[in-house]
Design a protein around this ligand. Structure first.
Ligand code: SF4
Length: 374
């Protein structure tokens, strides 16, 4: 224990505040609190590594209450790693529709194919091998291996970073001390009860040590928490000042063929929203009107001429690093055979058929506007 503390202090140069006797006490108090207060979550009722893996990927960027119905629907449709491995990507993306960050679904699908082809359908049980699978980083691997197999592997997701940063009153933003936070997480881990310990750490971050107004008066770590002792728990974790995120205006076309069909396209596999379907369009150039932008984009992307008609809807949507406003217009196909020039596939579909295709959230708003007859 003494050696482990020395490593943390030496490499961080910022941490020397937790007393050396604290580790056992931190473990014991956290596990006792967890035994009384743990959340009843569907993925905690199983030891199936596949089900736990699905939950870990869904939880990467999404809140528990949003994930639960997706998790249950996913396992009802794709109950084993083999069923996922042989599923069509479009069906996988459709199941994921609405959760966002679609690379997670594509990677999960690919990783299932690797697990079946290279590991006999069994999730690998070493950190190194698990981290070679698409979409599985160190904390996700730690979450799966500890929850499914009780292996002594630490975690460091966003909640855990905040809890540990407060525990040691980290004097820099967490992203500048990642190696040190990993060391603290490993140092604290109860190696005999890693499943419960990691889950407890996550619950502490999710239910008590919340970003705003942490409930320190109910926290099992309060007597040893350096941020609490110093009265600075709401100032930690420290943040970097962020530049405002850029905003893009996008002209979007709902192209009608005159017989009730609408033209949709499937985005290329690489990049944001890869493999998802959308209404075609693109970014406004400086000095361009929305109508001019839509006509130009459709000529460049699909090789056809259209007439831009009435405005259907304007949709604002925020992604992690930018926000967009989609300016959506009804359009009429005039001439030319549509070609998949800057996408993977195009289709003419009716408003009823469109339901079968996976669309990102901003495009779902367009479909709703079409349905409501705007
Ligand atoms: S005492 Fe407060 S700040 Fe410290 S770990 Fe507990 S909830 Fe978080």
């Amino acid at each position: 224990m003494i050696e482990q503390k020395k490593q943390v202090r030496d490499s961080a140069g910022i941490y020397d505040t937790l007393p050396s006797f604290a580790v056992e006490s931190l473990r014991r108090s956290l596990l006792a609190w967890y035994a009384e207060n743990k959340r009843d979550l569907p993925w905690r009722r199983t030891r199936d590594p596949y089900a736990i893996w699905v939950s870990e990927i869904m939880l990467q960027q999404t809140q528990v209450k949003t994930v639960i119905p997706y998790y249950e629907r996913w396992l009802a449709t794709l109950p084993t790693v083999k069923t996922l491995a042989i599923a069509q990507q479009q069906d996988v993306l459709k199941l994921w529709q609405g959760l966002g960050y679609y690379a997670r679904a594509r990677n999960l699908h690919q990783a299932a194919q690797v697990v079946v082809a290279q590991h006999g359908g069994t999730f690998p049980q070493t950190l190194e091998t698990a981290m070679q699978l698409p979409g599985i980083g160190r904390t996700t691997a730690g979450g799966i291996l500890s929850a499914a197999f009780n292996l002594p592997v630490a975690i460091l997701d966003g909640n855990v970073k905040r809890v540990l940063a407060r525990l040691v009153a980290l004097p820099v933003p967490p992203k500048r001390a990642i190696a040190q936070l990993w060391q603290i997480s490993e140092w604290l881990l109860d190696r005999e009860q890693s499943r419960d310990f990691n889950q407890a750490l996550m619950d502490l971050g999710a239910t008590l040590c919340t970003p705003a107004n942490p409930s320190c008066f109910r926290c099992p770590w309060q007597p040893m928490c350096q941020a609490y002792q110093q009265g600075i728990q709401t100032e930690i974790p420290m943040t970097e000042s962020r530049a405002p995120i850029p905003h893009k205006r996008i002209g979007v076309a709902v192209i009608w063929d005159g017989q009730g069909n609408i033209l949709i396209d499937r985005r290329k596999q690489s990049g944001l929203l890869g493999g998802m379907w959308e209404f075609p369009g693109g970014k406004l150039e400086p000095g361009e009107t929305v109508e001019e932008c839509i006509r130009r984009e459709i000529r460049e992307e699909l090789g056809i001429e259209i007439e831009v008609g009435d405005r259907l809807i304007s949709v604002d949507h925020t992604y992690s690093h930018f926000r967009v406003t989609l300016e959506v217009h009804h359009c009429k196909h005039l001439s030319g055979e549509p070609q998949a020039i800057e996408c993977d596939e195009i289709r003419w579909v009716t408003l009823e058929e469109i339901e079968q295709f996976p669309f990102p959230a901003a495009n779902v708003r367009i479909i709703e506007a079409l349905r409501s007859g705007k």
